[in-house]
Design a protein around this ligand. Structure first.
Ligand SMILES: [Zn+2]
Length: 445
């Protein structure tokens, strides 16, 4: 059924659309025009509505939910999956990750990124944050071509000469300026000092100043391990978050901190009392795998800190599957706090979806509501592990498997239909990724 009177319109009928705002599931239809939900209706569409759209899809047996947002990853590291599984963070970086990365070239990073995008779309991630340092313009080009949505940043390590710091800052600034709001608004940029233990305070100050000038947020690893946090206290007499407050950097710009594992109540209160918007990217699986600890999410929630979820890279996870991340996040905090009421399904689902869009400042995506840009997933609800077909929010957090996701849309455009990728060549990407891994590994021998 095809009509040509609107070139960018789709109507999906007989669909169960799931609105987290209203905590409800409605049997009805949705209309997407020019990339935006123009109508969410109950029951059947009118003949006039059917007449005015170009494409009609049947959604019978499907749930329509918001896309997942991965707020911390390094997809350029995707060839390092399983490359080192049994080391703490510092040795893991210095002995395995950084030597491997020293040989990465443009083609290898492209292969890593391709592999990551295939995995992300296949597991329902519409939007991700990429913190990386090589060939960032290529990342932006790939967002244009893949149809995904991303916040991209050229990460900086400041343990180098002032000249090198200047060169990195210049490159990061140019990248942020060039690409912010490009790809029809699907690309955002941030400034990204790698971490307080890899960036001297005056370098972080200079980076924050640029972010302030450009009105974009700052993303940084924070208090991921106890050692790095204690070292900082030993060197400066202050916890890293107290240090940022002391330097008056917290109120200057909006922040998204990754990990935030080793924070006490007084540190969380500093975040709570800041004048800017500060969100946390909680990365429970990476923190567990590297033995870094478990972030104090219960306390952060009690103090109203916005929590989002990230996988970190596949070198420390080892997947980019937000469905897994969401379930681990819910279970781990119930367990360690001996409190089954924590991390209820709506709170957890929002962390994996709408909170991420907010933290990456994609305000145009508001979930499954009229007027929101149409980033969404279709889920096959006819699997045994999703029955009885009630309590859908519970199933989404505690029972969903990412293979149940059949379709992925960003800005109303299909990136996957019936589990078939439409913008990426999966077989070619997998073959290239393996070839580049073996080539790079050979260089280290
Ligand atoms: Zn990271």
């Amino acid at each position: 059924m095809t009509k040509e009177n609107n070139t960018h319109s789709i109507l999906i009928r007989n669909i169960n659309w799931v609105s987290h705002q209203q905590n409800q599931v409605t049997n009805g239809y949705v209309i997407i025009e020019n990339g935006t939900f123009s109508k969410l209706g109950e029951g059947e569409p009118t003949p006039q509505e059917l007449d005015r759209v170009k494409q009609v899809k049947w959604g019978k047996g499907k749930w329509l939910i918001p896309g997942f947002v991965n707020t911390h990853t390094h997809t350029g590291m995707n060839l390092q999956r399983g490359y080192s599984d049994q080391l703490p963070l510092q040795q893991w970086l210095q002995q395995k990750m950084w030597p491997f990365e020293a040989n990465l070239d443009r083609e290898a990073v492209a292969a890593a990124r391709g592999l990551a995008m295939v995995e992300m779309i296949k597991s329902g991630t519409t939007t991700f944050l990429e913190m990386y340092h090589l060939f960032m313009d290529d990342f932006a080009e790939d967002i244009i071509n893949s149809g995904m949505r991303a916040s991209l940043m050229r990460a900086m390590i400041g343990l180098c000469s002032r000249e090198e710091q200047d060169a990195k800052l210049k490159e990061a600034t140019h990248f942020a300026k060039t690409w912010h709001k490009e790809a029809n608004g699907r690309i955002h940029t941030m400034m990204a000092p790698h971490a307080p233990y890899t960036c001297p305070p005056d370098f972080i100050e200079r980076i924050v100043e640029v972010a302030n000038d450009l009105s974009i947020p700052v993303h940084m690893h924070l208090a991921e391990t106890l050692k790095e946090t204690e070292d900082h206290i030993h060197t400066y007499g202050l916890h890293p978050i107290q240090h940022l407050e002391e330097l008056q950097l917290l109120n200057e710009v909006d922040w998204l901190f990754a990990h935030a594992v080793h924070l006490k109540e007084k540190h969380i209160e500093i975040i709570q009392n800041a004048q800017s918007n500060i969100s946390i990217s909680h990365n429970p699986i990476s923190n567990l795998k590297l033995g870094s600890g478990i972030a104090p999410i219960k306390m952060m929630l009690e103090k109203g800190i916005p929590i989002t979820l990230g996988t970190d890279s596949v070198a420390s996870n080892n997947t980019l599957d937000m469905v897994e991340e969401m379930r681990v996040a819910a279970l781990i905090h119930k367990g360690i706090n001996q409190n089954p009421m924590l991390m209820d399904e709506i709170t957890t689902f929002n962390m994996a979806t709408i909170n991420g869009y907010r933290a990456l400042q994609f305000e145009q995506v508001k979930g499954i509501v009229e007027g929101s840009e149409a980033d969404f997933l279709l889920i096959n609800q006819n699997e045994a592990h999703l029955q009885p077909s009630i309590q859908i929010f519970s199933h989404l957090v505690f029972a969903l498997n990412s293979h149940d996701i059949t379709d992925v849309y960003v800005q109303g455009k299909a990136l996957m239909e019936n589990r078939e990728l439409l913008t990426l060549d999966k077989e070619k990407i997998i073959q290239e990724a393996n070839a580049h891994f073996h080539r790079l590994e050979g260089l280290l021998k």
